[in-house]
Design a protein around this ligand. Sequence first.
Ligand code: SF4
Ligand code: SF4
Length: 618
Amino acid sequence: MPKRKTILGESGSIAFLLGNEAIARGAIEHGIGVAAAYPGTPSSEIIESLASVASDLGIYVEWSVNEKTAFELAYAAAMSGVPSLTAMKHVGLNVAADPLMTSAYTGVKAGFIIVTADDPYMHSSQNEQDNRWTGLHAYIPVLEPANPQEAKDLTYLGLEYSEKLGHPIILRSVTRVSHARGLVRLGPLRPPRTVGSFPREPQKWAVVPAHARKMKIDVLRRWREIEDVFAEFPYNKIDDSNSNILIVASGIGYLYAKDALKIVGVKAKILKVSTPVPLPRKLVEKAVNGIEKILVVEETDPVVEMQLKSILFDLHIDVEVHGADYLGRRGELTIDRVAEAIAKIAGVSWSPPKPIEVPINVPPRKPILCPGCPHRATFYALIMAARELGVDPIYSGDIGCYSLGIDPPFNAQDTITNMGGSIGLANGFSHTVKNRPVVAILGDSTFFHAGLPPLLNAVYNRAPMLVLVLDNETTAMTGFQPHPGTGLTAMGGKGRKILIEEVAKAMGADYVDVFDPYDVRRAIESIKTGLKAAMDGGVAVLVARRVCSLLATRLGLARDRYFIDSNRCVGCSVCTNILACPAIVIGEGNKPRIIESLCSGCGVCAQICPFQAIAKRG
Ligand code: SF4
Ligand code: SF4
């Protein structure tokens, strides 16, 4: 478990915190008793930080199997009077959308904060959704911090407001807030509230239609109340200046706007918005007084801009409003982008400085599977098995580091859409594409997260497929968090270890096998049997189990060293082009050699070299 105990610093002291650590600190300053999440970049460090101090504080923190489960756990805590936090990346909020939409109806008894860490520019995500829309859709207010200090303060305040209003609150962070480090002044730590009560009150908590209809009236009343309360929210403010231009800046956009104004040399009034949803009507009314032009600065979608235009329309105020038309609505904001927009609205001439020329030609590098990655060995075995059987499967892929199987030399991911989508889409392909076997490829954590219902569906509805679970015994892509297959908990305790093969058997899969991907021939034979079972109309589940090579290094597991005997090597390129381990490079005489410091000693190259030119060093 990472050492993140800095978040327990003394009140009044200054700590150098990651935005996500600051969110964790804000939550414990309020006195949360429960936190739950599923890992996802850029949100993972929130729970890692809380888990690292959970036993010191006596609070309960867990990695749940998916975001919906995490949401429901934290939601129930808040229903029973225990303040709580749940955190996820933006697409994770989709998984939790079902209870989220209803939580606004029931409300909560204690503070309940839902952190969504959005990923503009999709650094590590499949889409760029802006979850401020989700707040509007769900009638759940959204707070948006600009930096780590505000990440802490708004988490604390969000929990306070949530408790006061009896309503859940979303905190929307973005990559540059969650993963930025900054100086954060710490506040006092309140003792956590960990025990609640739950008196029977079904008319409040059970959303049968008769109750829900009444609740909807209440939700709409609370929504108007929240709009008024947010007009007084301490982190919303108007920076006045003698100008007829108003910049309405949300979240991180505020910092970019302040810098950009200085760079361009323009004066403007700024309305700083920390509560983009719902946009506080009364504050807007105050800010637009005497204004002729407005620029809305926000990352990513025009969520504030749209609400602002609607308010101006209602108020019959006719001013020029720009936002997404000047700034675009994709990718991260930059100071240059904001400066250009400010220059344009102010009618001054400004263009961004030319990028500094670096006299080094850095070759472009694609992300690749690590040396000795067990997934590389499994992909190799998969391609060889299909080749030996003479079949051309549809490869239905999923979200995880194995998504890299999409690239050459494997080209073995035809679809990658969402968590669990591998088996989900395979259900469809198996009914519609008749002449090709279907292979669903997903990881161990993803299997537990969203693979169970579609696998059950495949067995029940007889959707023939081979499900290949690449089990590297951790959630590698988000930083090695545990999951039910590891038998470890977030707080470092022992959990019940759940075996994927036992789950698959219990669900009624027709053929189940476990193999070690480092045993290449055995892996190929197992996959061939699985493919045949799928072609015979069954559901086969294979577990390719071998610990992640990075984790093996971290755990200090002993490793061998391999070398290439240049006298035996004929330069056939099987090791460089078909296996493509990055530890093997082309050396002198156009022959391959192994960079031994990179080699993790998996031994796969030695098994696949047709000329036995690769061997273990002494
Ligand atoms: S597979 Fe063996 S023979 Fe072929 S290039 Fe690699 S080391 Fe040489
Ligand atoms: S043993 Fe071979 S395949 Fe494995 S990491 Fe070393 S060079 Fe790469």
